[in-house]
Write a new protein. Structure first.
Length: 147
């Protein structure tokens, strides 16, 4: 499926022989120019070993949207931000979809909002349902949230 909006996770549908075919990118920007046959997109590599993550401008038609299997998140320590803006950490208790085309929205200095709806169980056993919020560290004994 071709990407349609900023925030989607994408990969090259036909990478060059020297490129990692499993490399995924965050789609930062889509050109809204009136050139439908050569639309461009700005992408940034995710999960790269490089200390510099450059923004690349590529042809939109060379990209495809990545679908993620969420089943691996069950039991994983994560954080959600509730409607009242309170943060709750806990382990994933329930998923609302098995697979998803993620949309990521960076909140500078805070983390990344996602469209992954889940229920977590906190340390007191209470259940909380909201969208997954990815941060460098979760406030739960050195656990990390990684999507």
């Amino acid at each position: 499926m071709r990407p349609t909006k900023a925030g989607q996770v994408v990969r090259f549908h036909t990478p060059y022989p020297d490129e990692d075919p499993n490399m995924i990118y965050h789609l930062l920007y889509l050109d809204d120019e009136d050139y439908p046959d050569i639309r461009k997109a700005d992408i940034k590599a995710m999960c790269s070993d490089s200390s510099f993550l450059l923004i690349d401008r590529v042809n939109l038609e060379d990209l495809e949207v990545v679908e993620f299997d969420l089943k691996d998140l069950l039991g994983y320590p994560v954080m959600i931000i509730k409607e009242d803006q309170s943060e709750v950490s806990g382990k994933v208790y329930q998923l609302y979809q098995d697979k998803i085309v993620p949309e990521l929205h960076v909140k500078k200095g805070k983390g990344v909002e996602t469209n992954v709806k889940l229920t977590i169980k906190d340390a007191l056993g209470s259940l909380h349902t909201e969208m997954l919020f990815v941060t460098p560290k979760v406030k739960s004994k050195n656990s990390r949230t990684i999507l």
